[in-house]
Design a protein around this ligand. Structure first.
Ligand SMILES: Cc1ncc(COP(=O)(O)O)c(C=O)c1O
Length: 262
């Protein structure tokens, strides 16, 4: 199984910026850009990520619900915002235990697996959770691994956290062969493995035996830590879990579940 990798070395000659905010033509008023602000060299000239926002009734590409929330949900949110607003002179509880407890209840109902509040994390969408995961477990000298084609933001989280990015290959039908995936994990020694199910953009479900094989291999990884070494973290990203086909077993043996309230 072939792999490709990229790292994020600092370049002494940053690429000329071409995106929004790039300096305008010589002599005219400069806009804010890489030559005015100390933009990180590996970010210079990049276009922001963004799924197309189309004017169509059903936006499958961003997993938006075509139906608006019920009047009851709107009223509940409005009442809760009013309650929260009366305490805005104070910082909110930074560990948000009430939200994490509600998420634990939701997950127990949805998956049949009961997690403790300490095992739940939440943020502004799973993109932010995944960035937190790589901030905590990736970083310089460490590797994040996934299997292409997959979610195009994964290499961006890696770049933004200065984590080496490696992508293994999927089979011709976009499935992951358990033995081949496990061999890639053992060969690349990542600190984080990212697996999406269903996978974006192929819609391929992850088989539980593949998750099990990757988790087995992750236990063999030796990520250097301050006290010796630790195994890799395996993330099963179920951002599109609502699209799983009826009867598809849920891969519940992951070390980290990135589901958030959506
Ligand atoms: C596989 C995958 N994970 C995560 C996300 C991000 O989801 P969120 O809106 O929760 O940040 C997306 C969005 O397209 C996705 O395709």
């Amino acid at each position: 199984m072939g792999v490709t990798s990229t790292s994020t070395p600092a370049s002494s000659t940053p690429a000329r910026p071409t995106g929004p905010g790039a300096p305008s033509a010589a002599g005219s008023q400069p806009s804010l850009g890489a030559n005015v602000l100390p933009v990180r060299p590996e970010h210079a000239g990049l276009e922001p990520y963004g799924a197309p926002q189309l004017d169509v009734p059903v936006l499958l590409n961003v997993n938006e619900n075509p139906y608006p929330p019920s009047a009851e949900v709107v009223a509940t949110i409005a009442a809760d915002v009013a309650t929260a607003a009366s305490g805005l002179n104070r910082y909110p509880d930074r560990d948000f235990p009430a939200l994490r407890s509600d998420l634990a209840d939701f997950l127990a109902k949805e998956s049949g697996v009961r997690l403790a509040v300490e095992q739940i994390w939440a943020a502004n969408g799973s993109n932010e959770v995944m960035l937190h995961v790589l901030q905590a477990f990736g970083g310089p000298g460490r590797t994040a691994l996934s299997f292409a084609p997959t979610y195009s933001m994964y290499p961006e989280y890696a770049r933004d956290t200065a984590t080496r990015w490696v992508q293994g290959r999927r089979e011709d039908d976009f499935t992951l062969d358990p033995a081949a995936a496990a061999a890639t994990v053992r060969a690349e020694q990542p600190s984080v493995v990212l697996l999406a199910s269903p996978n974006n953009p192929t819609g391929t479900a992850l088989r539980p035996e593949t998750v099990a094989a990757v988790c087995e291999a992750a236990l063999d990884v030796e990520v250097p830590t301050t006290s010796g070494h630790a195994p890799a973290v395996v993330v099963v990203d179920e951002a599109y879990g609502e699209f799983r086909r009826a009867g598809t077993p849920r891969p519940s043996s992951s070390s980290t579940d990135t589901r958030t309230s959506r």
